[in-house]
Design a protein around this ligand. Structure first.
Ligand code: SAH
Ligand code: SF4
Ligand code: F3S
Length: 450
């Protein structure tokens, strides 16, 4: 179904992001850019003049979802919005998308979305609008400054791309080579966010701990240096970062966990498998043992740190013994949280062509076992915080009247009734109960006062 050609330029837009936090960040930057062009954001995709689907290619299910989402944008009268496919599916599939469906007007990759306004003009004229370049000059310089946004937490992408080439993963192909944004641009963006009311910043990168740069004095710095600079920023209360690769976990970053007050005690450090032969086949370039020793050092620097990870079950060749090695690693670490996935063969990745692909039923069974253990550990971690007094940053209203929801330093959601407290406040609470996904807190001191 084609839109009629030579349409009016769209006036309203809707951006929908899937996948990782970096896509969420990119979606925000796209929305800000379209806003700066005079377009108005609307909540409903079908009613918008134009829709950006900011897609994820990491697993087959995520990538295929795009096509059903596109279908849902058809209106009752047979018309539809102008549709742009952005993100990692755009990069991976390119012109294949417009061959597969006539409902897409624009295809724009993750390193080219600063050119979206031009692509919209082209599409409105009925011209081909495809841009999956990975230009040498970073898109960030071409984006408008971030508008003031009164909200307590924000993402800030500092690093992009990946050079690790794990054999199952599409990211090095969809996001390109590792690049670090310059120090000054990051500090300026953080300042603008904090001036607008942001109190917690999460630094993002596909390999965020591979960030390198030079500070204002020209001294070489790593992520720890950047974190220490942000620690000195008045008004900013909390710093987080994700996702890290075990091989880029430098000594000074580990030390920062024990020394930087605003750096939250939480580390997402994916391991994927607990079996050395599988780690080798994955090209992870760390072993089970080197990963565990790394965690020992992190825990020595910050004993109360919450650890989270990513796991893939059913990688080609994974035997029962390999899977058991993953389970024993999970038991040994005791994760506060974890993401786990069935292996999904991705086009163009080496693992997709490996022998001994694992049957779906075996993957299902292994995932069930793994997730049961992770859930139990998560509940245990949450229960261990009962009785503690801690600060929470209030992020949103709760479902019940008068209830507020904040995050603990360990990234747990905490429900609390706190008269007079507002979104963006940091308050002290006593944790009184814990479930698998959230905690309940009471305003500290309230009990005694009553
Ligand atoms: N850069 C991060 C994570 C990138 S993708 C890292 O290196 O850890 C997020 C997670 O998706 C990965 O950690 C992995 O667990 C999972 N993943 C990536 N490719 C996958 C695939 N082909 N099948 C299943 N899970 C996959
Ligand atoms: Fe993918 Fe591995 Fe790079 Fe992470 S480190 S993005 S899993 S290739
Ligand atoms: Fe998905 Fe791309 Fe992120 S593939 S996980 S959106 S980097």
């Amino acid at each position: 179904m084609n839109r009629t050609k030579n349409q009016d330029a769209p006036k309203t837009f809707h951006v929908k992001s899937f996948g990782c936090q970096m896509n969420v960040y990119d979606g925000e930057r796209m929305a800000e850019m379209l806003g700066a062009q005079g377009m108005t954001a609307v909540d409903d995709g079908v009613e918008a003049d134009m829709v950006v689907l900011n897609t994820c290619h990491i697993r087959e299910k995520a990538a295929e979802k795009v096509y059903s989402d596109i279908g849902r944008l058809r209106r009752e009268d047979g018309s539809r919005p102008m549709i742009a496919v952005a993100g990692c599916v755009a990069q991976a599939e390119g012109a294949e998308i417009t061959r597969r469906t006539q409902m897409v007007d624009i295809v724009v990759g993750p390193q080219a979305y600063h050119r979206l306004p031009d692509l919209i003009d082209k599409a409105a004229k009925g011209e081909e609008a495809l841009d999956t370049d990975m230009p040498a000059a970073s898109k960030f310089g071409a984006l408008p400054d971030r508008p003031k946004q009164p909200r307590p937490t924000a993402f800030l992408t500092v690093q992009e791309g990946c050079d690790k080439f794990c054999t199952y993963c599409v990211v090095p192909y969809t996001r390109g080579a590792e690049i670090s944004r310059p120090w000054g641009a990051i500090i300026d963006e953080a300042k603008a966010l904090v001036d607008g009311g942001v109190r917690e910043i999460t630094l993002l990168g596909q390999n965020v701990n591979a960030w390198t740069g030079e500070d204002a004095k020209g001294h070489a710095q790593g992520l720890a240096g950047l974190i220490r600079a942000l620690d000195r920023m008045e008004g900013l209360e909390r710093i987080r970062y994700t996702t890290s690769h075990p091989n880029d976990m430098e000594d000074d970053l580990i030390a920062a966990h024990g020394e930087v007050a605003k750096l939250m005690p939480y580390l997402h450090l994916p391991v994927q498998s607990g079996s050395d032969p599988i780690l080798k086949a994955m090209n992870r370039s760390h072993t089970r043992d080197s990963y565990l020793r790394l965690l020992d050092r992190v825990r020595a620097a910050r004993p109360d740190i919450a650890l989270s990870g990513d796991f893939i079950v059913g990688f080609p060749g994974e035997s029962d013994a390999d899977f058991e090695a993953t389970m024993s690693l999970i038991r040994e670490v005791g994760y506060a949280y974890a993401f786990s996935f069935k292996y999904s063969p991705r086009p163009g990745t080496p693992a997709a062509d490996m022998d001994r692909q694992i049957p779906a039923e075996v993957m299902d069974e292994r995932l069930k076992i793994l997730q049961a253990r992770i859930s139990a550990d998560q509940l245990a971690f949450n229960q261990a915080t009962v009785g503690k007094r801690t600060s929470i940053l209030i992020e949103k209203p709760g479902r019940k009247p008068g209830q507020l929801v904040g995050k603990s330093p360990w990234l747990q959601s905490v429900h609390v009734y706190a008269d007079g407290a507002r979104i963006g406040d940091m308050i002290e609470v006593d944790i009184v109960s814990a479930g698998p996904n959230s905690l309940a807190g009471e305003l500290a001191g309230r009990k005694e006062a009553a």
